[in-house]
Design a protein around this ligand. Structure first.
Ligand code: NAI
Length: 418
């Protein structure tokens, strides 16, 4: 048997995609990254050493990531005069997979969120947020270990479509006039107006992804979370189209709750997934009281924004929860928290969210062993109790370490295990 060629001798290449949208990942893939604003400067270097250590420890000299920096946010503006350039978006599009730290959005200055723009311009229509508990992270609930859910949030429409006009603007006044004269809706003339578009095709593609994930990962149920009792045609549409998508695409591999109880006495046979739906406000209560009843939650954009952060808080906070934004053409993995300007540059931030987002990225690339090694390393490092400031004071016997030291502890755990 000839010796395998060391990856150092292979040219780095972009990840490709075939006509069926399957990724073709070379052994030395080029992966673009955006460091991010604020604590991006702390968490990106911390995360990167963990990623490199995980790949090296499980694949040896056979695989290696070639990181390619692309800029956005403050660094992008300083370099190119643009907060988010077409060049950055095109590079991400061409390379199929990218990872990013948080980007700042000034409030009320008329600038649209860069994160929302990235998701919309790359049509990253599925936001995936897995939420599970990592002991001994402090949690406000008695049984955080019962939480093991994955939120699939629609990422491109709903009130986030960015169609809104200020009170008194020409556009708002025009629309208010039209609503009154054409549709007999008499609203206060001073109203600001926002539009909430929700379509069958964009709902269906999201729900299909949620079910694909459920089948691939042996999950039991997909809950459609909506506010269709009040917003009949938008949120109610999400519910209706969600059921349609599930049965149209997956046929008798999907069953309703009624069928589960009538035909199977509440015991789910292997290979099937239950579809159910719940009103959004009830979901917030139920995930606290009976979290074990939820597995995958599929929801429109705004509900998804709220529930994913609430669930992250339930298991100990945003510093831990990872996230992915996935479309048909490319995917961007990202820390779910913001830029934390209060601790930026102080080597104090918790890098777990970005690190665990990287684990999701490796799963997406088919490098599951690297993803598993990262999750295992984080689990063991947290259990050892040497943690960043946000957690240290709340863990009994916890010892505070810097962001960079914490990531080295994760690396040590990975190298020790593999
Ligand atoms: P934030 O998440 O930046 O901070 C909220 C609180 O959590 C702060 O006390 C902060 O110190 C703490 N925190 C956040 N991440 C942490 C970490 N990894 N380790 C330790 N502590 C952490 O939220 P905020 O203050 O509302 O937003 C700040 C900026 O971030 C805004 O410009 C906002 O638009 C942006 N943002 C960006 C996001 C993204 O890029 N995906 C998501 C959320 C906010």
């Amino acid at each position: 048997m000839p010796e395998p060629v060391s990856v150092e001798l292979i040219f780095p290449e972009p990840i490709l995609m075939d006509e069926t949208h399957q990724l073709k990942v070379p052994d030395r893939p080029i992966i673009p990254y955006i460091e991010g604003d604020g604590i991006g400067q702390d968490i990106w270097p911390a995360a990167r050493i963990v990623f490199d250590a995980a790949v090296k420890s499980v694949f040896g000299s056979k695989k290696k990531v070639e990181w390619l920096e692309v800029t956005a946010g403050e660094k992008g503006f300083a370099r190119t005069g643009e907060w988010l350039s077409d060049e950055t978006l095109n590079i991400i599009k061409r390379h199929r997979v990218a990872i990013k730290g948080p980007l700042a959005t000034p409030v009320g200055k008329g600038m649209r969120s860069l994160n929302v723009r990235i998701r919309q311009q790359l049509d990253l229509y599925t936001c995936i947020r897995p939420i599970r508990y990592y002991p001994p992270v402090p949690s406000p609930v008695c049984h955080p270990e019962r939480v093991d859910m994955v939120v699939f949030r629609e990422n491109t429409e709903d009130l986030y479509a960015g169609i809104e006009w200020d009170s008194g603007s020409w556009e708002a006044t025009k629309l208010l006039g039209l609503l009154k004269s054409e549709l007999n809706c008499d609203l206060p003339a001073s109203s600001s107006i926002g539009i909430k578009p929700m379509s069958p095709e964009k709902t269906k593609r999201l729900v299909i992804r949620a079910f694909e994930y459920a089948f691939e990962n042996n999950r039991k149920s997909v809950t459609l979370m909506h506010k269709g009792n009040i917003m009949k045609f938008t949120e109610g549409g999400f519910r209706k189209w969600g059921y349609e998508a599930a049965f149209e695409r997956f046929g008798d591999r999907v069953i309703t709750e009624e069928t589960l109880f009538e035909r199977y006495e509440g015991i789910l046979p292997d290979g099937l997934v239950v579809i159910k739906d719940r009103i959004a406000d009830m979901v917030f209560a139920e995930v606290l009281l009976r979290p074990e009843n939820f597995d995958i939650i599929a929801c429109p954009n705004l509900n998804g924004d709220y529930i994913s952060d609430a669930l992250a808080a339930q298991v100990g906070g945003l510093g831990i929860a990872p996230g992915a934004n996935i479309g048909d053409e490319c995917a961007v993995f990202e820390a779910t928290h913001g830029t934390a300007p209060d601790i930026a540059g102080k080597d104090m931030a918790n890098p777990c969210s970005l690190i665990l987002s990287g684990a999701m990225m490796f799963d997406h690339m088919g490098w599951h062993k690297a993803g598993d090694a990262i999750r295992e390393g984080v689990t063991k490092a947290l259990a050892a109790g040497k943690v960043t400031r946000d957690l240290a004071s709340m863990i009994s016997g916890g010892e505070e370490v810097t962001c960079s030291r914490f990531s080295r502890i994760i690396v040590e755990q990975i190298l020790f295990t593999h």
